[in-house]
Design a protein. Sequence first.
Length: 278
Amino acid sequence: MRFTKMQGAGNDYVYVDGFAEVVADPAALARAISDRHFGVGADGLILILPSDAADVRMRMFNADGSEAQMCGNGIRCLAKYAHDHGLSDANPLRVETLAGVKTIALSLDAAGRVAAATVDMGEPILAPADIPVNIPRDRVIDAPIRAGRHTFPMTCVSMGNPHAVMYVEDLAAVPVADVGPAIERHPLFPQRVNAHFVQVVSPEEVRMATWERGSGITLACGTGASAVCVAGGLTGRTGRDVLAHLPGGDLRLQWREDDNHVYLTGPAEEVFSGDWSE
């Protein structure tokens, strides 16, 4: 089976072209191929498939084999693969996901290959029952959550998948590997949650660290950065146009007032290709 390793701001996935390959058990493949010691090494597996509703379809599996609804970094790389490998010449490209059809505007380099992309992430979901989070409020904004010895002010947002955004004074002092899994599997979240820890640099700039549901610490999370942009606007900590610094690179977010959609801009890079023996 042919595969391609790609990354967007350090959020790396193994891609399989479902137009040419058949994956019988994607959950098992995700667990095996994502292993950084015995596999290729990745935050998960993404299948690029034909679609009746859009130009292509994305199925995304975390490193633990669980299927996720969306990935902002992953979908940018998928768009790059689809364009650069001739699966579609559409620009913008429409991608079917479990979170609906997403539209990606492609920025091309001098050679006609995708260098970066802007994803229309859609409208944020703020109703607790739809995120979902078991807190009886109209919106969950700066609600306290406890993880071990730590208590954080938490704002919850869904961008097609659930996110908990916690603001901190000193990001470097947060033991993400300890508190991340405790928040991911907290009883408040029936479908688990992606946990993000954010230090505000200015109203236009933040630093963030992420514990992703099903994958652990990752270098970037596009849906998470989108949720951070929304959470900043809801709490008044930032404006609607934010540069997010993540361990793997920078992402630009804009929560537009005219359509209430969040737009995510960032890089996409093909790392290498190879053959996997199942």
